[in-house]
Design a binder for this molecule. Sequence first.
Ligand code: OAD
Length: 244
Amino acid sequence: MGTVETAQKLLGAAQRVVCLTGAGVSAESGVPTFRDAQTGLWARYNPERLASPQGFAEDPGLVWRWYMQRLAKVEAAQPNPGHLTLAKMERGWPGFRLITQNVDDLHERAGSQAVIHLHGRIAHFHCQRCKRAYGLQPEDPSAPQPPGCGHCRGLVRPSVVWFGEMLPAEELHRAMEAISTCDLLLVVGTSGLVYPAAQLPHLAKRAGARLIEINPQPGPLSDLADVCLRGNSGELLPALLPIA
Ligand code: OAD
């Protein structure tokens, strides 16, 4: 455990700060985390069925409808004070880098300029077969099936990383570079269960960085942390920035 004051001291002494965010940072904006999202209507589907190439091949309509429902939630959401604080950190601290596992654009809408998206973007699309990129929005998001590719006989899908797929090489490279040279890592709103993203805090620690975790619940990354702040990121992140 730890206090906001201890975390502020670590931040004040750091030169190169990196933040790794997960679904928890968008929870207070009304975007359900992955564990929460598997409730209600979608409770009977396991994540692999909704988020894997095999699941998409077996039932493209089911996967499409799931992502379009999540996209609608993202579009209706607004950045919360946690997102806004991270954008402020980027503006104020030259060495600051933001790495996210989130596929929403709430960091960008809060003003963050150079977000490293490890798991892709829900509002970007490409053909599953020929990989051709498609426009930002499907013509009819309420369609029960994904649109067909205009260039091959493949199906269009959201450009998010699914289970069993590689992380985008360029983003992973940028993330590794930031992680290996940071002296402080903030780990915010991630369960730390999904690899390789969950490996990044281990690498930072091995390279000598201090680690602050912000999460209402303890998890597998808590033992690595120098300071664990238990609570919501929408409250704790703003509390970390000294009053201007
Ligand atoms: P998870 O849904 O696994 O975990 C969300 C985390 O946020 C949990 O540890 C919660 O305790 C925490 N949390 C909830 N509310 C919070 C709040 N208000 N403030 C801070 N933390 C809060 O989400 P991720 O760790 O992001 O992968 O999941 C990682 C990956 O697993 C996702 O990117 C996705 C998923 O399968 C792909 O899509 C490839």
